[in-house]
Design a protein around this ligand. Structure first.
Ligand SMILES: CC(C)(COP(=O)(O)OP(=O)(O)OC[C@H]1O[C@@H](n2cnc3c(N)ncnc32)[C@H](O)[C@@H]1OP(=O)(O)O)[C@@H](O)C(=O)NCCC(=O)NCCS
Length: 192
């Protein structure tokens, strides 16, 4: 079992992030300078999932990240990626849950995003979090002209919705001893 903590992304995370970007988005991945601009943008919020090593503190690394832009009372999810070795262990569930809570505290009512029509993993994830299809943007992705679905949430401040998404991540939550910090214990990778 391994634990992760979710915290605001910082410039020192960029080396780890730049390992995950190409394996997640291929030729159309973001550059280092795009990330630096995004992290420094006062209208953006990025969160990192950091592995917590019980032995050495300097052993920790980033295995996933997510972010959004705030535009009035709307949040636009700009990216989400998980290191290949850590996929299917609920890290995206945990990051998306934390992003929604962060956005709710940041006076955001609705979240929106674009996703490739072929991205079954991401579409299932957003469906699990009750994102709805709002429409389709034809030829949205410049690299290959693939279409994007536009997804949209209900009002994320609805207490029933917040309770529902809490249920998704509750099996993984652990309170760190002697602090208010939460850690998430992620299940071991299933052998195929
Ligand atoms: C999409 C992505 C972020 C999912 O991350 P992950 O940590 O593996 O996802 P989780 O383990 O938290 O799974 C959460 C849910 O997503 C869905 N899901 C994730 N991977 C899936 C897959 N390979 N096939 C089908 N559904 C999948 C499931 O609904 C899953 O819930 P379940 O385990 O209860 O069935 C990851 O595959 C990734 O980084 N892909 C490349 C980048 C990308 O496509 N980002 C999204 C851009 S919009």
């Amino acid at each position: 079992m391994e634990s992760i903590e979710i915290r605001a992304t910082s410039i020192k995370d960029i080396n780890d992030i730049m390992q995950i970007e190409p394996m997640s988005f291929g030729a159309s991945h973001w550059s280092r300078s795009t990330f630096i601009n995004e992290i420094n943008n006062i209208n953006s919020q990025y969160l990192s999932a950091e592995i917590i090593s019980s032995q050495k503190k300097d052993n920790s690394k980033i295995v996933g990240y997510i972010g959004y832009w705030k535009v009035l009372d709307e949040g636009h999810i700009t990216t989400l990626a998980i290191h290949q070795d850590y996929r299917r262990r609920h890290v995206a569930d945990i990051l998306l849950y934390n992003l929604i809570c962060n956005a709710s505290l940041n006076s955001i009512k609705w979240l929106t995003l674009e996703v490739r029509v072929s991205n079954i993993a991401a579409l299932n994830l957003y469906k699990k979090f009750k994102f709805k299809h709002l429409g389709i943007r034809k030829n949205y992705y410049q690299s290959d002209n693939e279409d994007a679905y536009v997804l949209w949430t209900e009002n994320i401040n609805n207490p029933e919705y917040l309770e529902y998404i809490k249920g998704i991540i509750s099996p993984f939550v652990n309170k760190k001893a002697n602090t208010d910090k939460l850690q998430y214990t992620i299940p071991a990778k299933q052998l195929k």
